[in-house]
Design a protein around this ligand. Structure first.
Ligand code: TYM
Length: 353
């Protein structure tokens, strides 16, 4: 254990397949932090998956496939504690306790909730009162419980989750202020956190928007998806001298920006710079950009697909380590919940004592 070792926690919902937004927004940092020797807790947010279900879905199957992808990407279930959220059920108890101090107004300002509300208003389904679930409104409280239960210092997530981490910080500060120093306060999300645009030109790549490039896509699918990206014939002039992706890409239309962002993440710098030069000069180059990018993407996907299908990465081997890792995370989880119970005045659980 190094003196700078920190507690890291993050999770991903079990949507079945990881996309490039998940990978470069979150998973890449999961791996880097694991390699740096931090104490890492990475989980699959299967409770959170239930906030949007309208019919029965095989969440367990999707969870196992996500975990096989975690392993294929390089997460190591021995060095990192990889678990299912629902295997740490005291998270739900902590969420209940934290819910007692969370203002409804605060939750109603949450971006996920607000987005769903405005989609409802557009579809004029709002007739019989608010049909959104209590679970969806409480999504950030459950997420705060995930983070605070292991006393995380750092939460590697993409830019879209920034507000949720800020809510967790607010909730923890409020708890400590009201009941005494009990919870550890995590750091806010870094300013340069990524938001990868969707292949359809939306500001964000997201599973429910059907605009993703996935880590398990085979070369044919990759090429088809990338060729389908809408590219304007005449690039807009870039009013910056800089070639830094963070300066250049926001000046491009989102769908073109998605291609350039992927290129900057996957290709050597000279290849990326060459295409930035072509964009500036207004050459006709989108065809080559797409085939070049598709090759880099398929090359990137190849070992992940192989790892996903490897004989030592079966659903049974996943179940084995899930069992072991649930045992590793439970002590810290119970300790946090018990200290919150005590701080709030209901005392320790007699059943667990
Ligand atoms: P989820 O499953 O939507 O996304 C998982 C991770 O991928 C990142 N991400 C992106 N990053 C950049 N560009 C994109 N287009 C993009 N799309 C997704 C997300 O920022 C996230 O880091 N609420 C979380 C899961 C969760 C969690 C937690 C995370 C539950 N409890 C506690 C951290 C800590 C979610 O739905 O992520």
């Amino acid at each position: 254990m190094t003196s700078k070792q920190e507690v890291i926690l993050s999770g991903i919902r079990p949507t079945g397949r990881l996309h490039y937004g998940n990978y470069f927004g979150a998973m890449k940092s999961f791996i880097d932090l694991q390699e740096k020797g931090h104490q890492c807790f990475y989980f699959i947010a299967d409770y959170h998956a239930l906030t949007t279900v309208t019919e029965r879905v095989d969440i367990l199957q999707q969870t196992i496939d996500m975990l096989r992808t975690y392993v294929a990407c390089g997460l190591d279930p021995v060095r990192s504690v990889i678990y299912r959220q629902s295997d740490l059920p005291c998270t739900a108890e902590l969420a209940l306790l934290l819910g007692m101090i969370t203002n409804i107004g605060h939750l109603e300002r949450g971006t996920t909730y607000k987005d769903k509300m405005s989609k409802l208003a557009e579809s004029s389904q709002g007739g019989e009162g608010n049909p959104l679930s209590y679970g969806l409104l409480g999504y950030p409280v459950l997420m705060a419980a995930d983070i605070l239960i292991v006393r995380a210092n750092q939460v590697p997530v993409g830019d879209d989750q920034r507000q949720h981490v800020e809510m967790a910080i607010d909730i923890a500060q409020k708890f400590n202020h009201r009941f005494g120093e009990t919870l550890s306060i995590p750091r806010a999300v870094e300013r340069n956190a990524l938001r990868l645009p969707g292949l359809d030109g939306a500001a964000k790549m997201g599973k429910s928007d059907n605009n993703t490039l996935d880590l398990l896509d085979d070369p044919k699918t990759v090429l088809k998806k990338i060729k389908g990206v809408q590219t304007t014939t005449d690039p807009e002039p870039l009013d910056t001298e800089s070639n830094d992706p963070d300066m250049v890409i926001p000046k491009m239309p989102y769908s073109v920006g998605a291609l350039y962002r992927l290129l900057s993440l996957l290709a050597p710098e000279d290849v990326y710079l060459d295409f930035v030069g072509k964009y500036r000069r207004g050459e006709k180059f989108y065809g080559t950009l797409k085939t070049t990018l598709a090759e880099y993407v398929s090359k990137f996907n190849e070992p992940i697909i192989e790892g996903f299908n490897a004989p030592n990465n079966t659903p049974d081997s996943i179940k084995d380590f899930l069992h072991e890792n649930a045992k590793k995370v439970t002590p810290v989880g119970l300790e946090t919940v018990e200290s919150c119970r005590q701080a709030m005045g209901i005392g320790r659980s007699l059943y667990r004592a």
